[in-house]
Design a protein around this ligand. Sequence first.
Ligand code: BGC
Length: 389
Amino acid sequence: MTRSFPDGFLWGAATAAHQVEGNNINNNWWRLEQVAADHGVQPSGDALDSYHRYAEDMRLVAEAGLTAYRFSIEWARIEPRPGMYSRALLDHYRRMIDTAVEFGLTPVVTLHHFTHPLWFEDTGAWLGDGAVDRFVRYVEQTCSILDGVEWVCTINEPNVLAVNEGQTRRIAEGKPYQFGAFPDEEIGEILIAAHRAAAPLVRAATGAKVGWTVANQAYTPAPGAEAKFAEIQRIWEDMYLEASRDDDFIGVQSYTSQTIDQNGVVAHPESPDNTLMGWAYRPDALEIAVRHTRDVVGEVPIMVTENGIATADDERRIAYTTAALGGLQNAIADGIDVRGYLHWSLLDNFEWGHWAPTFGLVAVNRETFERHPKPSLGWLGGVARANAL
Ligand code: BGC
């Protein structure tokens, strides 16, 4: 049976600057990679050299039959020193937008994807005085290059960012790294304030649809654990989803699902099916995430801004994505307004300290930077051309 997606549905692939560009030496992640090298954290280094090869990347997206490309702008490049904005770097990202459009791709632009400039780190990062204003000033600069862009994400996964930044905070306070940490709520509130300050500015300056993207955990309650479930869901995602009610869209990012019992989040059960991230193979997570988002956010249109699987077996990627898209169709059939699906990721990129978990539709030789499309790229392009499963 063929099941169609709505007319005008966007089909794309996603990346983020620090994971693909290379030599982002002026941001907090680069520093972390050096400092934590003895703890098994690998360096991003040249990454995939997409800083220079973005046109090649976009060509692959377009030639496969996809219609959208999500990428991010690197704050540390735009503002290497406080208040010093690089016109040349802004122009670089404008060229990326223009290149996407020339290839017939709808650019989906993220303004902040986990990284910030070293000077921001050294002034307390999100907990520093005036952090929100600093972010807003950077966002104002980016507005000068966003003309014609239809989709803008202010901050990627504020909830995961609040986990990462919470770890940095704990370590600065002399406490140990905490496995399975929850988002730091104080930092989360600051990120919400930053989003609320930035989104109207971008909307007014560019006319783009503005929103942010939330990492949906697709939690499900064990019998009798409803209260714990509600408590954890609020901290993990609902406070960020509630902050999206006035947005033009909400980005849903989903990979796996976990149970919550009376004691909290249940670890992924050991299974040969687990992905290279150690996560349970749960393509049904996307449907759970989309339905939960709708329940919390209401009528705000949804864009799937990330969904995918870390696997070395590309057939498994196709199987996972087929099942995830089937679930997405169930949600759409029930009247949920979903505007597009952007697969994570276009490339086998730098997975935040590790290179082994490969999420890409395209493999990359990290010596020569040659791109090798996997069958999944052509397959997803076929789904896009048919606009149907
Ligand atoms: C992030 C990506 C990341 C992916 C897989 C999301 O948390 O936005 O940067 O690579 O999930 O872990």
